[in-house]
Design a protein around this ligand. Sequence first.
Ligand code: ADP
Ligand code: MG
Ligand code: MG
Length: 880
Amino acid sequence: TKWVYGFGSGANEGSAGMRDLLGGKGANLAEMAAIGLPVPPGFTITTEVCTSFYDNGRTYPAELKAQVDAALHGIEATLGLRFGDPAAPLLVSVRSGARVSMPGMMDTVLNLGLNDSTVEGLAASSGDPRFAWDSYRRFIQMYGSVVLGVSHHRFEDLIEETKRATGVQDDTRLSAEDWQDVVAGYKEIVLRETGAAFPMDPHEQLWGAIGAVFGSWMNPRANTYRRLHDIPASWGTAVNVQAMVFGNMGEDCATGVCFTRDPSTGENVFYGEYLINAQGEDVVAGIRTPQPMSEARARGDEVSMEKALPDAYRELLAVRDILERHYRDMQDIEFTVQGNRLYMLQTRTGKRTAAAALRIAISMAEEGLITHEEAIRRVPPSSLDQLLHPTLDPDAPRTLLSRGLPASPGAAAGAIVFTAEDVEIRAARGEDVILVRIETSPEDVHGMHAARGVLTTRGGMTSHAAVVARGMGRVCVAGAGGIHVDYRARTLSVGGTVLHEGEWITLDGATGEVFAGRVGTIEPTLSGDFSTLMGWADRTRRMKIRANAETPEDAETARHFGAEGIGLCRTEHMFFAPDRIGFVRQMIMAGDDAARTRAIDALLPFQREDFTALFRIMAGLPVTIRLLDPPLHEFLPHGDAELAEVAAALGESVEALAARKAALSESNPMLGHRGCRLGLTYPELYAMQARAIIEAAIAVSGESGQQVVPEIMIPLVGMETELRRTRANVEAVAAGVVAAAGVVLEYSIGTMIELPRAALTADRIAQDADFFSFGTNDLTQTTFGLSRDDAGTFMPFYLEYDLIPRDPFISIDQEGVGQLVAMGVEKGRRTKPGLKLGVCGEHGGDPASIAFFESVGLDYVSCSPFRVPIARLAAAQAAL
Ligand code: ADP
Ligand code: MG
Ligand code: MG
C-alpha cells in the first residue's frame, strides 16, 4: 500500500481532489505545488495510516517507515540538505490535517530536526546565530508542549523572566546568547517535567511528532468537536511533513495569513496581516501587532507588506489571482517570506460571514468566474438569517467605551460575562449576554455560540475569536486593546470607567466599536446583493414559497420577504384577542343551540374583518385558511373570575358551567376532540368560518378588481368520510353566500395530511380534496407517537447518543415520516393528477427538508415569514 505522498519535490503525487486521503492541507499543498506555486517540498502521510493505527492497537503499517525515509530523502535531494546534518541541517514542520479543518487537533511543530549540534550548523550555514537559537528554543517550546505535554506556561514564564532580566520588551530584541540561555532553561524544564531529557535524535523527534498527531485524533477535545460537527471518527487525520522556510531570519523575512477577499464584507480587496521577522503562529498569537498587507490600509505607524517587502508582495498578489482563478472561490492562505522570496504554506476555501458569502458569490458570477447556478449553490440558505439581523441605529444615542477590530458584523447588546460557562447559564435563563475574554480558545466555543456577541482584548482579524464568530454568525469585536479585563474581579475597565459582570454593553461588529449600555438597532435592508441572489433563486426554483401567517403584520412581513401566498392561516390565533375570547368561551360553554348560535354570530364580523385584512394585503395571492383546529379546552375559562364572566354572559350558574367545563376536559387533548372532529360535532362553527371567508373574499374581490381565491383547509382528517361530510357542510354555506351575492367566486376546499391514516388512504381522501397540505408537525408527532412539547426531556439524549441523527421536529425524518409524505403525494395524484400539494409547518423553512419536498414533487412549501428568503434559496438549490 502507498501510505506516503510527496509534494514539491519530484512528482506531485497528490491533488486537491484527494482530500479524503491526504486531508485538506496535504491535498492543497500538492495542488499548489502542481500548478507551479512556490511550496516548500514535503510529504503527506495518509489518513489511512491513522485508521490503520487505531485498528491495530496504535501501531503503524510495516511499510510506513521505509516510505517515510524515502520521502524524506526526496526532500533532502531537492534542497541539497540532510536531516540531522550537523553542518547544514534540513529542518521540517510536522502538521496535522484532517479532511475538514478541525480545532482540537495537535498544533504544528516547527523547526524539527534541531538539537545541540544541528543548531550550531544552522547558525553557521545561515550566518545568523541569533536566528538559529531562536528557532531552537521555538522548537523545544512547541515540541515540549504539544508532543511531550509540558504546560506552555512553563516556557513562557522563562521568556518573560529573561526579558525582565535583560530589560527588553520585544522578543526580537533578545540576542543569540539570551536565546542560548533560554534553550538551556527549556531543556531543564523538560527534564524536570517529563523525567527524561529532550530528545536529541532528529528521527526520534520526527516519529514522536507523527505519533502525537495521530494520537491527537482521539483526544477529548477532538472527540467533542467531531461529535458536535458530525465528523466520523473513521475519517482519520493525515500528517504533513514539510521542509521549513524561515520567516524569522531577519528584516527581509516575514510570515502572514490572508484572505483573497475581505471575509467580513466579501469586498474584492486583498485582506490580511503579516509580521516581519516572525514565524508560524506569531501572527495570530498576539505577541506583536500584525501589520496590514496593502499600503492603502496602513494607518499611523503601521508598515504595510506592500511597502516593506515590495517584491514578495507583488508575487503574492499574483498568487492570489492564480489561486482564485484555479479554485474559483475565496481562499484563506498562509505564507512565509524568507530572504524576500515567497513560499506558500497553505490554502483553503476561506470561511466568511453571510454577507461576504453573498457578496463573493454575486461578484464572482459577475466577474465570470462562476455561473449563476454556482453562485446560488455557494450561499448556505440558513446563513441568510444573519443578513436579516439588526444593525445599530445611526441616530440612537450612544457612549463609546472603546474600539477594537470589526471582526464579525452585526450589532449586539447584552450583559457582560467573562466565562463560557456563565454565558451558558445566563443564556439558558433567556438573558442576552456578551462574552468578554482577553482571547478565546476552542474551549470557549460553546459559550460563544450561546452569547449574542464576543469581545476580546487581544488578537487580530484572524484570531480564534474572529474566525469562530464569523463562522457562526456571532457579532465579534476583537483585539480591543484599550479595554482591561480582570477575570478575578469580574470587571472590564476602560480609562476610568469600570463595568462589572452583568452590566450592559453594545458591540458593533461592523465598525469594531464598543458602547456602554444598550444602543438601539434597526432592521436590515434587503436590497443589493440580497435581492440579486433572490432574483436568481426565484428564476431557478420550481416550488412556490408561501408563508404561515395570520396577523396583518405577519402577512406584510411575508410579502416583504417575497412570499407568494399564505400556506397556513391558523384561525385559532384570531380567537384569543381580548374582544373575542369571551364569545369563544360562550360558544363552547353554551347550554343550548340558541345560546351557541348567538355566540357564533357575534364572532362572525370579527372573522370577516380578519380575512378581509389578510386578502387585501395578499392582493390576489393564494391564501389557505385552516378552520379551527385545536382542542376546545385551550379556550376554556381559567380562573373563577373568568368562569363567572362567562356564566353571567350566558345567564347560567357558575356551578353549571364548572360542571360543563369538567365534562369537556380530556386526558389526551392532542388526540381528542379537535380538528374536523369539532367541525363535525359543532357544524355551526365551521359554517361561520366558511361564511366569513367567502364574504371577505367577495368584498375584497369587488373592491380591488383582483380576484381573491380562498383555499379552505380542513384539519386533522384521518378518514375520507370525515372530509366528505365536512366538505358538504362548508360547501353548502359557501355556495349559499356566493349565490346570495350574485357573483362568481372561485374557491377551493382541501385538507391537511397530518395523520398516518390520511397518508395511507390519500387516494380516497383526494376524491373530496382540491388540495393537500402536509402538516408535518402533527404528522411527525403521530408517526413517532411523540409529543413535540414533551420531547425536550429525552431528545437531547437521543441526539447526543446518535439514536436519531437530527431533531425530527426541525428537519423532517425522511426515512419514516418522509415515506408517508411520499405516499400521500403518490396516492393523491393517482386519484387527481392536478391535485395541488404543499407543506406547512416548521419543516417548510428547513433547507434539508425543502430538498426532500422538492424530490417528492410538492408544489409549494410554507414557512414562517422570516424564513421565506431561506426557503426561496433552499428551493433553488434543491432544483439545481
Ligand atoms: P494550522 O492548521 O493550525 O493552521 P499549520 O500546519 O498550518 O497549522 O501551521 C501553522 C503555521 O506554521 C503556518 O501558518 C506557518 O506559518 C507555519 N508553518 C507550518 N509549516 C511551515 C514550514 N514548513 N515552514 C515555515 N512555516 C511553517
Ligand atoms: Mg493551530
Ligand atoms: Mg494553517
